[in-house]
Design a protein around this ligand. Structure first.
Ligand code: ADP
Ligand code: MG
Length: 696
């Protein structure tokens, strides 16, 4: 593959410098390697010819066979277009061109039979197709089987580049002297009965039949995934071999006394198990990097606190970082009151900590008298120095930038143990890929006695009824969240409907106080409004998803989510976790327009049926792809995926994982002769990729 990597496609026959530049700009295709990895999105059966009469707008690309009757150039300037009247005997339609009109007109004649390939649409009741690919029947019937349809951009299409061009260029490349040497070790190919790389590439671009195509896809997906897995495994090995960690061998006074005297309830089985896993980790002499996943309300904070006490018992300091000031403050309040009987010093450091208090914290950190520091990213500012930081907890990690986490390491000579806590459940196979080099614990059990949140789907015309129910709760002294979507692409409109919503809520619930918060507010104003709600000065909080992470108001028993159809399921689940924190029955009402697509309704209905975060994440991923989940993790996969799909290729991920484990087990440095090519390919894939290995 290396010769393809260094091959500039401008030298390819029919491409040239101008098109090469366009392909680079539009699709990021620069080398021959990039080009052969530009896969068709779907295939067209070349033998299938549709009739004009049977076309409908929801059809994908189709082939027609017929003749042009007339060509007319209409409009002027930017509005200029050419309309060709096309018929195949069953009906007539318009073929429209907006660009390159002159050249196209010269290449076509009326009365000649053509094969036309494009996406049907309609305009004011007239059947249309714009900028189709057009061939003489003789050019088509010579080929058989399936024809790849390549993703192209508007600009590429306008400059005359078609799927056929792509296919032709790729064929030239694959049959040229730049032979494809298969970099996968023979044993891997044999163990997994894989098609060779050369054959897989040929098949995916120009399939012989459906079965071969499916084997080709399998091979190419496997390729993408095994490089990721090998990369993850090697990083994790490297980290384990070089990173020295504090040995927390003593389970001392703090941990034990807390367990016996301060804990107001029993730990759940899952909490116990995860604490055990953490204790095993911090005893190895290596730095721990563990991700704890647990649904909202599963009691992650307690697990974090007990781990921090373990560090304190071993003469080390601990630090907990939360993504927002409110959250940090809440953690501080809970934790300091829980550990009060132990007499250890806990402090809160955020952006709004005053100079004097800050100075005191700094000196208590350096002289070691401060055991636990809780705060926002203020705790990783350069001026903050610890005497002996041994344990770091990062809560709700997806709000923490990767770079911020990396700075933790500069704080001490021996890297502190790192525990990352997230309430975003990640399906197992995705975790295997995205967090492949981390150890993962799962708290899969909620504390006993929780009343499940009742989730209801309601439509706009039922609003009056919903508001009546809200009144009922307010009269009982409960608090209510009302959440609006706010997305960047639609920010202005969303802000307007949020503000309108706020007005309506104020007008409707006149005798109650309404707080209002959104992400575009100044932090001080935001904190003030959130504070009103947290202290129950306000009864209703109208907000955007800024409340998704964190706030803990056990008295809030109702959440209304407006335009629920616009949220991802995992996000709805996160939001919903803000209620149901107290002893009362809680409700989550998903409001939606009545006119929603069936699949959307099904998604929302799933929310009313389950409160299992993993099931929801899994469903979300199946329906929307892994993008959403990944996005919220600010993490990512080390390599770009072109063909493998983390949502649906779980089985291949597992195969690749197993193959990677075997490979690394037998040859950790990939130095045996049979693995040379693979190692080189891995290095080429990793080029320019950040070093993730030290970051949580
Ligand atoms: P999260 O995992 O969402 O961070 P928290 O740690 O905030 O959850 O815990 C949610 C609530 O459950 C807190 O009020 C906490 O005190 C309580 N809690 C935690 N563990 C238990 C337990 N084992 N039994 C009963 N209540 C618990
Ligand atoms: Mg929490």
């Amino acid at each position: 593959m290396n010769s393809l990597r260094s091959y500039d496609i401008k030298y390819l026959k029919g491409v040239g410098p101008r098109r090469a530049e366009l392909l680079r700009k539009e699709l990021g295709i620069a080398s021959g390697y990039d080009l052969v990895r530009h896969f068709p999105t779907h295939y067209l059966d070349r033998s299938k010819i549709y009739t004009v009469r049977e076309l409908s707008d929801d059809m994908p690309y189709v082939q027609l066979r017929g003749r042009f009757v007339t060509f007319n150039v209409l409009g002027e300037g930017a509005k200029m277009r050419m309309v060709g009247l096309f018929t195949d005997g069953t009906a007539t339609m318009e073929i429209v061109w907006f660009k390159r009109i002159k050249a196209i007109r010269e290449s076509l004649t009326t009365g000649t039979e053509y094969i036309v390939f494009g996406k049907p649409s309609s305009y004011m009741g007239t059947r249309q197709m714009s900028h189709p690919e057009i061939d003489l029947p003789s050019a088509i019937t010579a080929q058989q089987g399936m024809r790849g349809v390549y993703p192209l951009t508007e600009r590429l299409r306008n400059s005359g580049i078609t799927s056929r061009h792509m296919s032709g260029w790729i064929r030239t490349l694959l049959t040229s002297r730049k032979a494809i040497v298969d970099p996968l070790p023979q044993s891997v190919i044999a163990d997994n009965r894989l098609m060779s790389l050369g054959e897989a590439l040929a098949e995916i671009h120009n399939p012989t039949d459906a079965q071969k195509l499916s084997r080709a896809k399998m091979r190419l997906k496997f390729d993408e995934l095994i490089y990721i897995q090998v990369d993850m495994l090697r990083r994790s090995l490297r980290r384990k071999s070089i990173s020295v960690g504090h040995r927390l061998t003593r389970v001392g006074e703090m941990f034990n006394r807390f367990y016996r005297e301060c804990l107001p309830f029993d730990l759940t089985g899952a909490q116990k198990r995860v604490i055990k896993e953490i204790r095993a980790d911090v005893n190895t002499g290596r730095q721990m990097n563990r991700l704890v996943q647990g649904d909202v309300g599963s009691g992650k904070t307690l697990v974090a606190l007990m781990s921090m006490l373990l560090a304190v018992d071993n003469g080390l300091q601990a630090c907990l970082m939360a993504p927002t000031e409110i959250l940090a403050t809440q953690h501080y309040e809970t934790i300091s009151s829980m550990v009060k009987p132990l007499g250890i010093r806990v402090a809160l450091l955020t952006g709004s900590t005053g100079t004097k208090a800050r100075r005191e914290i700094h000196s208590a950190l350096t002289d070691g008298s401060l055991s636990i520091l809780i705060g926002t990213h203020a705790v990783i500012e350069d001026t903050v120095e610890f005497r002996n930081l041994g344990f770091v907890v990062i809560d709700e990690q997806h709000r923490f930038g990767v770079a911020q986490r990396a700075r933790l390491w500069t704080k001490n000579e021996v890297a502190p143990h790192v525990l990352v806590m997230t309430a975003t459940p990640i399906p197992r196979t995705l975790a295997m890929t995205v967090y492949g080099d981390l150890d993962v614990s799962v708290i899969d059990e909620l504390p006993p006695g929780r009343k499940p949140i009742e989730t209801l789907l309601r439509y706009d015309e039922q609003r009056a009824q919903v508001y009546r129910a809200v009144y009922g709760q307010l009269r009982l002294g409960r608090q209510v969240y009302i959440v609006y979507p706010l997305i960047e692409e639609n920010e202005k409109l969303d802000l307007r409907s949020l503000e309108e919503g706020y007005q309506i809520v104020r007008d409707t619930f006149r005798e109650y106080k309404v707080a209002f918060v959104h992400g575009r507010m100044k932090p001080a104003e935001k904190d003030y409004q959130m504070g009103l709600f947290a202290s129950h000065e306000a009864d209703i909080l109208v907000a955007t998803t800024v409340i998704e992470v964190g706030v803990n108001v056990p008295n809030a028993s109702v959440m209304i989510i407006e335009n629920a159809e616009r949220f991802g399921l995992s996000q709805l689940h996160q939001l919903r976790g803000r209620v149901g924190r107290g002893a009362d029955q809680s409700y989550c009402i998903l409001m939606s327009k009545h006119q929603i697509a069936k699949t959307t309704r099904q998604r929302l209905e799933l929310m009313t049926q389950t409160s299992d975060g993993f099931l929801i994440a899994e469903a979300d991923m199946q329906m929307r792809g892994p993008g959403d989940i990944e996005g919220t993790m600010q993490s990512g996969i080390p390599f770009d995926l072109h063909i493998a799909n983390l949502a649906t290729d779980g089985q291949i991920i597992q195969l690749a994982r197993r193959a990677a484990e075997k490979l690394i087990d037998e040859d950790p440095n990939l130095s045996s002769p049979g693995n040379q090519l693979f190692a080189r390919e891995l290095a080429a894939n990793s080029e320019g990729i950040r070093d993730w290995s030290r970051i949580s």
